[in-house]
Design a protein around this ligand. Structure first.
Ligand SMILES: Cc1cc2nc3c(=O)[nH]c(=O)nc-3n(C[C@H](O)[C@H](O)[C@H](O)COP(=O)(O)O)c2cc1C
Length: 178
């Protein structure tokens, strides 16, 4: 069985950047989720028509690393559709997000902590880890809680350093040992 595959969805590029970085670090395959209808506003209204079939055979992988954003405190439709469609083919899943919510606010209405609970409930013991990479990690201290600043910030080679790089290295280490 092949070890790991990274499956991602991204609208503005941060989760694409993160997914590519994870796949490079683990030397594993990568595939993008392609919604049948890729219309952001409809996703926000929870209107979606599922996803196109993936090219890779999910059941051949020991671990799936699913990577994508959080919008309005929700586990977003393209990621949800992936789980619905491939549930019985997923062996183990790790959910990773580059999101806006900080660790301090993770359990508030729009926080990633609530989304993690939802993913864990959907997957039960198939979900072995959830990891957030809040955009605020690449912002200066006085901008970490600034919604406007994090909405305009996207991960790239210039800003991916310091705290976020450290968190990333720890994550890769942990996943490699699983
Ligand atoms: C309409 C909208 C709603 C959002 N809502 C949340 C939210 O509820 N919680 C959160 O942590 N981040 C939220 N975010 C921030 C995104 O998760 C973050 O910008 C993410 O990095 C975008 O990923 P992408 O660049 O891969 O599309 C929201 C962003 C948008 C555009």
């Amino acid at each position: 069985m092949k070890k790991t595959i990274v499956i991602y969805y991204s609208n503005k590029g941060s989760n694409k950047y993160l997914a590519e970085k994870i796949s490079k670090s683990l030397s594993c395959e990568l595939e993008k989720i392609r919604p049948r209808l890729n219309i952001f506003l409809l996703f926000l209204m929870n209107i979606h028509l599922g996803i196109k079939p993936l090219k890779h055979e999910i059941q051949e992988y020991d671990k799936v690393i699913l990577c994508g954003p959080i919008w309005m405190g929700k586990f977003i439709p393209p990621l949800r559709s992936f789980i619905k469609r491939y549930f019985y083919k997923i062996n183990k899943l790790i959910f990773v997000t580059c999101c806006g919510s900080t660790d301090a606010k993770k359990d508030e209405k729009f926080g990633h902590g609530l989304v993690f609970k939802e993913v864990e409930n959907m997957l039960n013991d198939k979900c072995i880890l959830c990891q957030a990479f809040p955009v605020g990690l690449v912002l200066p201290d006085d901008k970490k809680e600034d919604t406007d600043a994090f909405m305009k910030t996207h991960l790239n080679d210039e800003n991916f350093k310091g705290e976020i790089q450290e968190r990333f290295d720890n994550f890769i280490q942990k996943v490699s040992e699983m």
